[in-house]
Design a binder for this molecule. Structure first.
Ligand code: CAA
Length: 285
């Protein structure tokens, strides 16, 4: 019997996590703050599974079975039945901590609690989770259905058993893991985000066009996407939030967000998910 999973948040990352869970046979409940966000997230999941079907990677029967495992809610109560709860809301320390306080009221004793944070220290969230010994980081990569890696983060109080359960769970989703300590940005983002910010600095200083920066890293270094394109893909706001956490925590200028990145977020150009970032995807904001 597969564990029942609860996913908090059905945005870019939450929807991807839900999709891989239901495709791997886990009964899953996804929670959003309101019906509008829920509907948008469910559409994202449906569209992604439809694309996989068109590409012959999923049969109609598999799709329907996966969809049948999914329930959606705006309440907290259904999380009481979950063996594993994965939080994947916006990269905001206060919002995440507040959410975990709510979840802690209903979560079953012994359930595994995980945050998909990409940079926020677990120690600022774990005390609110109801059980810091069962609290770990499961950092999925975007797009979740495609990227093979999940970074597992060990909080100060996470037990070996919790880490082992997290690892077995994500391996069951077809992912490979790396293990990181609870330091800001863990492994992936402490490497990736300064690289993305450096690309914005090149653009800001007029060293090259965004197209040439991207072409340079794709054709010159074999990256699947150039840094500016990747920044739009990950989310301009998400990248800024991570850069700010790294700078706040380390106080090192190499992590300082370039002004242009902040101006983009202030202007509402959050990247591909909202139709416009550094590139225009033909959408509004
Ligand atoms: N959902 C599901 N499947 C998707 C998808 C999505 N959103 N986007 C692409 N795919 C699938 C396609 O169906 C296709 O599958 P097949 O090869 O089986 O047909 C495959 O991925 C390749 O897609 P495309 O041919 O359409 O496009 P591509 O070759 O340009 O690849 C990409 C797209 C996989 C996204 C590739 O460009 C890539 O790997 N980019 C880099 C992504 C990356 O670095 N992600 C990590 C970001 S860091 C992060 O997430 C952590 C953080 O905290 C910020």
């Amino acid at each position: 019997m597969k564990q029942k999973v609860g996913v908090l948040g059905c945005g870019l990352m939450g929807a991807g996590i839900v999709e891989v869970c239901i495709k791997s046979g886990h009964p899953t409940v996804v929670r959003e703050v309101n019906q509008q966000f829920l509907d948008r997230g469910l559409k994202r999941i449906d569209d992604s599974m439809d694309r996989a079907m068109q590409k012959g990677k999923l049969t109609q029967a598999e799709r329907d079975a996966a969809r049948g495992r999914l329930s959606a809610t705006t309440d907290f109560e259904p999380l009481a039945e979950c063996d594993i709860i994965v939080e994947a809301i916006t990269e905001d320390r206060v919002a995440k901590a507040d959410l975990w306080k709510q979840v802690a009221k209903v979560a079953r004793p012994g359930s595994l609690r995980a945050t998909n944070t990409s940079s926020i220290p677990l120690s600022s969230l774990a005390p609110h989770s109801g059980d810091p010994t069962r609290f770990i980081g499961l950092h999925f990569m975007n797009p979740v259905p495609v990227m093979k890696l999940v970074e597992i983060v060990r909080g100060i109080e996470s037990t070996d058993a919790a880490i082992a359960e997290g690892q077995a769970f994500v391996e069951g989703l077809g992912k490979t893991t790396i293990l990181a300590k609870d330091t800001p940005g863990f492994v992936i983002n402490v490497l990736l985000v300064p690289y993305l910010c450096e690309a914005v600095r090149l653009l800001e200083h007029g060293v090259a066009t965004k197209e040439d920066i991207d072409k340079g890293m794709k054709l010159g270094c074999g990256m699947p996407m150039g840094p500016i394109e990747l920044l739009d893909f990950v989310g301009v706001d998400t990248t800024l939030a991570i850069a700010d956490v790294l700078f706040d925590e380390f106080g090192d200028a190499k992590y300082a967000a370039p002004p242009l990145l902040r101006r983009m977020v202030e202007s509402g150009f959050m990247g591909k998910k909202c139709g416009r970032g550094f590139y225009d995807y033909g959408g509004g904001k």
